[in-house]
Design a binder for this molecule. Structure first.
Ligand code: ACO
Length: 323
């Protein structure tokens, strides 16, 4: 008998304010045409004034709980992947715990920037397999609009805000790739590349700072490393590209998504794409895409899914799971 961490519910939250590319044309030397052609992004959501990462995380978690038919106190743990916590501490996860009126269990954040959700899912999986927890809410939530330099047209048009949540539960499997749940994980990081994507603020500077990125360099690493990690995860799970029902990639740039999935040998119609409407929501992008894809009938029970992401650090990884 094998224990598997199986998805029992999924949900998401997007802030009300939708910002079309055309809004940037007013203040920047840019165009809807450039943004769409270079990134695939048409619009994104921005959190309202006073709306925090934890507010979005709580809404996404409530949606996932309702999808699964569970109550907050059915959970053993809450893990939030975020690089935009409300405050330096406490963790967003403990704020979520309080917001859900969850009185037991444990809660903490994970920070691996845009790869954060993959790292959080992997950690939740390990805690379920080791018997430390049976039910874990894994959330990706971000307010990247708070990190934008609005005069830097090469970054501020790319990011958005939002949250997604996935509820995992321990279930028995047979130990084969036919099992539902997480089948394999591959995680990587290489701190030598820490300077190509970072925020120039934090505790050491006394200011929140702005996101800085060498876009072309990040792009080059992304395509190579995402295809590589996806292939390692598929090999670990004992599945081939032709077995995959859906690739759910980190939604950073349509050109990265298309090049990576082509390298993986997966047909374009098997790729979930939400970047056009959400922009890059960092650690929130994968659970948001999973939730939207389930809601619109793309992802179904028993589908075989590969999810992959890369972010600042660089940190990157992939997970194979059966829905
Ligand atoms: N509007 C118009 N022109 C622009 C804009 C803009 N918004 N932004 C940049 N340009 C200009 C540049 O100034 C440059 O002009 P120049 O040739 O006169 O110097 C020209 O467009 C080309 O710029 P490049 O940077 O070469 O354009 P590129 O094709 O590389 O596209 C982009 C830029 C979209 C940032 C791309 O490199 C990219 O997507 N990189 C990966 C970024 C990414 O996905 N990051 C997130 C991953 S990790 C994470 O999620 C945290």
């Amino acid at each position: 008998m094998t224990i598997r961490a199986v998805v029992k519910g999924v949900g998401h939250y997007l802030p009300k304010r939708v910002v079309e590319n055309s809004e940037f044309e007013v203040s920047l030397d840019t165009s809807d045409e450039w943004i769409q052609a270079r990134s695939g992004i048409k619009r994104r959501h921005f959190a309202a004034e006073g709306e925090k990462t934890s507010d979005m995380a709580i809404s996404a978690a409530q949606a996932a709980l309702s999808d699964a038919g569970f109550e907050p106190n059915d959970l053993d743990a809450v893990i939030v992947a975020t690089s935009t916590s409300d405050l330096t501490f406490p963790s967003v996860a403990t704020i979520v715990q309080s917001g859900l009126n969850m009185t037991g269990g444990f809660a903490y954040d994970i920070q691996a920037v845009c790869a954060g959700f993959v790292f959080a899912l992997s950690t939740a999986n390990a805690q379920i397999l080791s018997g430390q927890a049976e039910r874990i809410m894994v959330i990706g939530a971000e307010s990247f609009s708070r990190l934008m330099d609005w005069e830097d047209r090469s970054t501020c048009v790319l990011f958005g805000d939002g949250a997604g949540a996935v509820l995992l539960q321990a279930e028995r499997g047979k130990g084969s790739s036919d099992d539902r749940g997480i089948l394999s994980v591959d995680l990587n990081s290489d701190g030598r590349h820490k300077d190509i994507l970072y925020v120039d603020g934090g505790v050491s500077t006394g200011q929140t700072g702005y996101l800085r990125m060498q876009g072309k360099e990040v792009f080059r690493h992304a395509v190579e490393k995402l295809a590589q990690t996806a292939s390692v995860a598929m090999e670990k799970a004992g599945v081939r590209a032709e077995d995959i029902d859906w690739v759910v990639p980190h939604q950073a740039n349509i050109r990265i998504i298309n090049s990576t999935t082509k390298k993986m040998g997966v047909a374009p119609e098997k790729v979930v794409k939400t970047v056009k409407d959400h922009g890059n929501t960092s650690a929130a992008s994968i659970p948001l895409a999973l939730s939207v894809a389930k809601a619109n009938g793309q992802i179904k029970h028993n589908d075989l899914i590969v999810t992959e992401a890369i972010g600042g650090g660089l940190a990157w990884g992939a997970i194979v799971l059966r829905w």
